[in-house]
Ligand binder design. Sequence first.
Ligand SMILES: *Cc1c(COP(=O)(O)O)cnc(C)c1O
Ligand code: SF4
Length: 321
Amino acid sequence: MNWQTSMAKGFNDPEKLLTFLGHDPEKARLDANALFRTRVPQHFVNKMRYGDLHCPLLRQVLPIGQELEEKPEFILDPLQEKRFNHLPGLLHKYQGRVLITLAGSCAVNCRYCFRRHFSYKENQINLAQWQKILDYIKSNLSIEEVIFSGGDPLMVKTERLAHYMECLQDIPHIHTLRFHTRMPIVLPERIDKTFIELMAKISRKVVMVMHANHPQELCDDTLVVFDALRKNNVTLLNQSVLLCGVNDNVETLKSLSKKLFSQGVLPYYLHLPDEVAGTAHFDVSIERAKQIYLDLQAQLPGYLVPKLVKEIPGQKSKTRL
Ligand SMILES: *Cc1c(COP(=O)(O)O)cnc(C)c1O
Ligand code: SF4
């Protein structure tokens, strides 16, 4: 079975998901599904705890009634990304790096996603737009790194990715290509032989920033995939979001860092959630976040402590707390 088929077989009906995990969907309030559709691959569901409604993996993907409660400070575009959207599909916000929203969707829909209200329709890349993006990068000698994001950039077929890589490798001032992806965690089949072969061919530094929030997301399959990537010169990092009810305690974060390291991945960022409409129930206050972080620092070697950051519009980088 290829990865597209596995993905198509995932869950998009929250009632079926609950039934599969041994819950009674009658008791749940799932109307938030209409705001942002449920989507989760079977592989990720297999890592959830059967019969546990508080499973930290389930909480990340299950639409719940609390999403419909309006909170004035939780808005549609807290990062004001529109300001940096110089071309469709391109965000140039920080010096030396541009971010390209390659794909309009992901294999999983995370309920806390800061891009859940992002206009992917306006940002889908066609060939003419890709040419404009290339021209922009070519004429900006200060850009050294291109970040593929989305959505999930690995939703794009490997052949298309290969084309993008080839174009970028022709630009002398581009040193690094970076992917921000949750695919290896939620659909490890995506990292197939063709994809690994593509990584092996790239003549630039390649960085892949995974997105795992909880140690339970790492398994034997992720280990195999990470090994294959590392053996083909991909540097592996991980970013997490600090999420109430998922990983907002020292024990979980400590165990996540250790497990990532045991699988060859270094923790990079721990993001405070952005104030996005529909996600208030995931919020962790800055004071609590700092306390958890101090405890984490006291218990881990420095290289296993991710940087605690928040995205504040108008800053020159993500802001360290
Ligand atoms: C997070 C982000 C980056 C990358 O920032 P790093 O600190 O280099 O990881 C680049 N562009 C945008 C728009 C971002 O949101
Ligand atoms: S994988 Fe990332 S971009 Fe996609 S829904 Fe989850 S958090 Fe959002």
